[in-house]
Ligand binder design. Structure first.
Ligand SMILES: Nc1ncnc2c1ncn2[C@@H]1O[C@H](COP(=O)(O)OP(=O)(O)O)[C@@H](O)[C@H]1O
Ligand SMILES: [Mg+2]
Length: 251
């Protein structure tokens, strides 16, 4: 299963992806997270202390682009025997969660981080996963990756949306682009939902119900300020993480 997450900046993509990681891990799944945000902070959200040690994928752009041409059916990030060892150097393992970071992207002329996105696209396409393995792709805000077709290799796209008009507008635009690049499954996920009015606003504006509604959580805000992991937070989230898990598993 390869799942990407998108949505307007600051709507809670990284937070929700970390909570989903917690659910998947409790279910015994193996999770590889690729943090493709130019200012990555997934590691902190997961409580990974030695995040500074992870070498960004951007560093291996050339090397990988050369080598990732051909691969046969081996599991997970095993692109091919040559690349496998290479990838391990760009990955940290923390309590059974593997993390890769795309890194500070060198934006080329015309605003395109082309080499990095090319590598990312190749990795997503080539990774062959067992049923137990899940790849989660945390992205920068907005629709850029979709525009470049980077996420065309994912099975599911989660679009995080909060009850605001601008967040809805971005979400619908992303949904349209996701359909254009033929991502098989696109799911909306509500965040910062306070009451029934918020829920109804999301359902009416999106034209469909989000698969889960995450409440505004003081536990999350407290954890963020204290810089502690939010991955294991379960209380005060109204079963939303579990509902999201059920939805992504319902394929
Ligand atoms: N459900 C929530 N309740 C409380 N705070 C939240 C919630 N979701 C996200 N946040 C906070 O909002 C901020 C932005 O969240 P983040 O996940 O980094 O967004 P994004 O990855 O979309 O930019 C963070 O400070 C985070 O702790
Ligand atoms: Mg983020």
């Amino acid at each position: 299963m390869k799942i990407a997450i998108s949505g307007k900046g600051g709507v809670g993509k990284t937070t929700i992806m970390a909570l989903l990681t917690g659910e998947l891990r409790r279910q015994g799944r193996e999770v590889l997270i690729i943090d493709a945000d130019p200012s990555p902070h997934m590691a902190e959200t997961l409580g990974i202390k030695n995040a500074g040690e992870v070498r960004p994928i951007a560093e291996m752009t050339k090397l990988l682009a050369e080598r990732a041409g051909k691969s046969e059916g081996s599991p997970f990030y095993n692109l091919n025997p040559d690349v496998n060892d290479l990838l391990r150097d760009f990955m940290i393992d923390y309590e059974g969660i593997r993390l890769m970071v795309l890194g500070a992207v060198q934006v080329a002329e015309g605003g395109c981080a082309c080499p990095e996105n090319h590598v990312l696209r190749k990795m997503l396409k080539k990774m062959l996963l067992t049923a137990q393995e899940v790849v989660l792709l945390d992205m920068e805000a907005g629709v850029e990756h979709l525009g470049r077709g980077t996420v065309a290799g994912v099975d599911q796209l989660l679009i995080v949306v909060i009850p605001s008009r601008s967040s809805i507008r971005t979400a619908l635009k992303i949904k349209q682009m996701a359909d254009d690049v033929k991502i098989p499954r696109v799911l909306f996920v509500g965040n910062l939902v306070q009451d029934e009015e918020d829920r109804q606003f999301l359902i009416d504006s999106l034209g469909e119900a989000p698969v889960a509604f995450f409440p505004d959580s003081s536990t999350i805000r407290r954890a963020e300020r204290a810089e502690t992991a939010i991955i294991d937070i379960e209380e005060g989230l109204e079963d939303a993480p579990n509902q999201l898990l059920q939805a992504v598993n319902a394929k």
